[in-house]
Design a protein around this ligand. Structure first.
Ligand code: SAM
Length: 229
């Protein structure tokens, strides 16, 4: 698997482009400043950038910025990104990395607990629906923060995504495997939620030189029209 993974990275990922340089700098600078190596993988970033283009995403919301690696991938798809981060040091490093990538105008990083920021974004979106001058809904929400809050983040995401938009939850399978006995997880809950259709896509993560191959999977959901089946 590791060999196939390396071949796929070599064959499919951009090299010698401004984006490749920016992504590589983001990883190196984040490591130099002590951030943990817990970004999405390069191929996952490429998948998300393609997914954003498939739905012509103009506005992306991200829960969990770290050093802005996934934010840069989303910005490369042409979308505007609002990214939520609780840790001030992560936030500062992300601002640097995004600036170096040339995406300062298309990425806003909001410092604070996502559970405080998400209700504010939902109130702003409701204001926009009432015709007030405020922010509207998002085309895509990417959830990649603390696993034990996936259910809560997902519930806010459903409110914040336009009909026909999508929600991607990283590590939903590992969160279910590791926490399933202790509490009801997003995988347990999502099938019964109104207004969304969701599936799980299995992945084996073997990147970043990890010796161990890990079974995992992400959850991908589409938000339906209000009142739709
Ligand atoms: N999406 C990033 C990437 O691929 O480049 C990786 C994000 S990392 C897995 C998770 C991040 O979520 C960490 O930086 C952590 O500080 C942040 N986080 C954890 N709890 C949070 C919360 N309650 N609100 C906002 N951010 C949170």
């Amino acid at each position: 698997i590791q060999q196939i993974d390396s071949q796929a990275h070599a064959a499919l990922l951009p090299t010698n482009t401004p984006l490749a340089t920016a992504l590589s700098h983001a990883l190196t600078n984040s490591a130099a400043q002590g951030l943990p190596p817990i970004t999405i993988s390069p191929l996952q970033g490429q998948y998300l950038a393609i997914q954003a283009q498939l739905i012509s995403a103009r506005r992306v919301l991200e829960v969990g910025t770290l050093g802005g690696y996934s934010s840069i991938w989303f910005a490369s798809s042409g979308a505007h990104v609002t990214s939520l981060e609780i840790d001030a040091h992560h936030c500062a490093v992300a601002v640097e990395n995004v600036q170096r990538a040339g995406y300062s105008d298309s990425v806003d990083i909001v410092l604070g607990d996502a559970m405080d920021t998400l209700p504010r974004l939902a109130a702003a979106a409701a204001g926009a629906a009432d015709g007030k001058d405020s922010q509207g809904l998002f085309d895509l929400v990417f959830i990649d923060a603390d696993w034990d809050m996936q259910v809560e983040y997902f519930a806010w995401a459903v409110q914040l995504v336009r009909p026909g938009g999508c929600i991607y939850v990283d590590n939903a399978v590992r969160a279910a495997l590791e926490q399933g006995a202790a509490k009801e997880t997003l995988v347990d809950r999502v099938g019964g939620m109104e207004g969304v259709q969701a599936t799980l896509v299995s992945v084996v993560s073997g990147h970043k030189g990890r010796e161990e191959q890990m079974f995992d999977g992400f959850l991908l959901a589409i938000v339906k029209e209000k009142g739709g089946a």
